[in-house]
Design a protein around this ligand. Structure first.
Ligand code: G6P
Length: 467
C-alpha cells in the first residue's frame, strides 16, 4: 500500500472516467487550482470518480496517486445532490434558494464523510499532511483526527461561510462546526467568512477566539489552537497568460468575433448554470438596455456560456428553464437576421476555447449574488495582456475584496448594473488600461501557487516540531 506524505481529500478527483473506461482531466475551479501543487509534491488525491457505483482500485494518472472513493446511486442522491448541493450550498450562499433539511441526507453525509476520512487515514504516512477541500467534506477533519492524531490537517472552504443568523438554521450546526474544528488550519476565501465562522463557534461553544486562533478542547482535558483565517484562492495565472499569447488562440478569438458579425462590443458571461451567479439579473439589465434603445444588437452582443451543472437538483432544473425562457424572449424581441442579442451556450469548453472567448470579449460580466471567490473574474483579467477590456464585478463575489479596480456593482440594483454596462462599453482606452494594469498585477502576483504556499506554510507552522 502506497503511503503519501501529502494527501488531498476532495469530493472530486482531478480526473474523470470517460465512457470508454479511460481517464481525462475533469473541469472545475478546484481541480485547476490544485493540480500544479500536486504535481510538485508527490502526493495522493482521495476523491469520488464522479459516477455512481464505480469501484476502482487506486492508480497513478499523470504523476498523481489517485485513491477513488466509491459512492452508490443512493449516496450520490443523498450526500452529493441532497445534503451538499440542496442543503449546504443554498444555505451558505445566503439562502438565495431555499435549503432543504432532510435527515436521510444528513445521515448519508455523515456516512460518506466517514468513508473519505478512512480512505485518507489509510493512505497517509505517519506524520503526513492532509489537506481537506470544501463543503462536501466538512466532517472529515475531526473524523480523521480521531483516526489519526499524528496527522497535520488543513481544511479549505471554497464557498462562503454565512452569517450566524443564517448558519443557525442548520439542524446539525454543532456537528458541522465540530467537524471543521478538527483541522489545524481552517482556510476561508474572505476575512468576513473566517469572522462568520469564529462567531458561530463562539455562539455555539463559547470557545475563546483571539485574532485568528480558536482554543479547542482536546480529549486529554487540555486545549489546542486551530487557526481560522482567509487565504483567497487564485488561478494558475502564467498558464492563462501563455494561452492568451498563443497564435492559434488569438486567431480563434478573431474567428469568434467574426462569427458574431464583428459587433463593436462583445459582452461575456461565463458561469456554471447556478442560481448563485446572478445570470437572471444580468439578462434583465441587458434586455432593458436593448429595450430602451441604449444598446442595439447591431453594435453589441452578449455571449453567455452557462455550463451544465448539478442537473438532477430541482433548483437547477428550474433555473435552466427560467434562463432559457428569458434568453428566448430577449432574442425573439431584438434579433435581426444578421445579429443576435444573446449567444447562449449551455456547454462546457476546453481552456483554449475559454481563453479565446476572454480575448474576444470587451466586457466581462460577473454578477454573482454570492460567490466564494469567482475564478472566472481572475481568468479574464490574466488573459488581457494588452491591458484592454473591462471587468464588471459583483461586490458579493469574494474576488471583489482583491479586484477593487473593476467596476464594482450590486447585482440586485438593476439600474446600477445597466449604468456599469454602459460605462464599460464606453470606457476610454486610457481608463481601461489603468484599471486592467492594477487588476493584472494583483492576479499575477497572487496566483494559485502563492495561495497554496501561504496555506501550507501556515499549516506547517502548527506542526508540533515547529511550535
Ligand atoms: C464549486 C465548489 C467545488 C465544486 C465546483 C463544481 O466551485 O466550490 O467544490 O467542485 O463548484 O461543482 P460540482 O458539483 O460539479 O463538483
Amino acid at each position: 500500500m502506497t503511503q503519501a506524505d501529502f494527501v488531498v481529500v476532495a469530493n472530486r478527483l482531478p480526473v474523470d472516467r470517460d465512457d470508454e473506461g479511460g481517464w481525462r482531466h475533469s473541469p472545475g475551479g478546484l481541480v485547476t487550482a490544485l493540480e500544479p501543487v500536486m504535481r510538485k509534491r508527490d502526493g495522493a488525491w482521495v476523491g469520488w470518480p464522479g459516477k455512481a457505483d464505480l469501484e476502482l482500485d487506486p492508480l497513478e494518472v499523470d504523476g498523481i496517486f489517485i485513491v477513488p472513493v466509491a459512492l452508490s446511486a443512493a449516496e450520490v442522491e443523498n450526500y452529493y445532490e441532497g445534503f451538499s448541493n440542496d442543503t449546504i450550498w443554498p444555505l451558505y450562499h445566503d439562502v438565495i434558494a431555499a435549503p432543504r433539511y432532510k435527515r436521510i441526507w444528513w445521515d448519508t453525509y455523515v456516512a460518506v464523510n466517514r468513508r473519505f476520512a478512512k480512505a485518507a487515514a489509510d493512505v497517509a504516512a505517519p506524520g503526513a499532511t492532509v489537506w481537506v477541500q470544501d463543503y462536501q467534506l466538512q466532517l472529515v477533519p475531526a473524523l480523521l483526527r480521531e483516526l489519526r492524531p499524528d496527522l497535520t490537517i488543513g481544511y479549505f472552504h471554497h464557498i462562503p461561510f454565512p452569517a450566524y443568523g443564517i448558519f443557525a438554521q442548520l439542524p446539525w450546526r454543532r456537528q458541522v462546526l465540530e467537524g471543521l474544528l478538527g483541522a489545524d488550519v481552517i482556510g476561508f476565501q474572505r476575512v468576513a467568512d473566517a469572522g462568520n465562522f469564529a462567531r458561530a463557534v463562539r455562539r455555539q461553544f463559547h470557545y475563546e477566539t483571539r485574532a485568528s486562533g480558536i482554543r479547542v478542547p482536546t480529549p486529554d482535558g487540555g486545549t489546542r489552537l486551530a487557526l481560522a483565517k482567509a487565504f483567497p484562492i487564485s488561478i494558475d495565472a502564467d498558464s492563462y497568460v501563455e494561452l492568451a499569447q498563443r497564435e492559434d488562440v488569438r486567431a480563434r478569438a478573431a474567428e469568434i468575433r467574426a462569427s458574431l458579425g464583428n459587433p463593436r462590443k462583445i459582452l461575456l458571461g461565463v458561469d456554471r448554470l447556478d442560481y448563485t451567479k446572478g445570470i437572471r439579473h444580468r439578462l434583465k439589465a441587458f434586455g432593458e438596455l436593448l429595450g430602451d434603445g441604449s444598446l442595439s444588437v447591431e453594435d453589441v452582443t452578449l455571449v453567455q456560456v452557462a455550463s451544465p451543472s448539478r442537473e438532477r437538483v430541482e433548483a437547477y432544473m428550474q433555473l435552466r428553464d427560467e434562463i432559457e425562457l428569458t434568453v428566448g424572449r430577449i432574442n425573439g424581441d431584438h434579433d435581426t437576421m444578421g445579429h443576435t442579442a444573446i449567444r447562449y451556450l449551455h456547454q462546457a469548453y476546453p481552456r483554449e476555447e475559454m481563453v479565446a472567448l476572454y480575448l474576444a470579449a470587451d466586457v466581462m460580466l460577473v454578477t454573482a449574488l454570492r460567490d466564494g471567490m469567482n475564478l472566472v473574474a481572475k481568468e479574464y483579467v490574466a488573459t488581457r495582456t494588452d491591458n484592454r477590456g473591462v471587468l464588471v464585478l459583483s461586490e458579493f463575489a469574494g474576488a471583489a475584496d482583491e479586484l477593487g479596480s473593476a467596476l464594482l456593482i450590486n447585482p440586485h440594483d438593476i439600474d446600477g448594473v445597466k449604468d456599469a454596462i454602459r460605462r464599460a462599453i464606453d470606457m476610454p482606452a486610457a481608463e481601461q488600461g489603468r484599471r486592467m494594469r492594477a487588476l493584472r498585477r494583483r492576479v499575477i502576483e497572487h496566483d494559485v501557487e502563492d495561495w497554496s504556499r501561504s496555506f501550507l506554510t501556515a499549516l506547517d507552522a502548527t506542526r508540533p516540531d515547529a511550535r
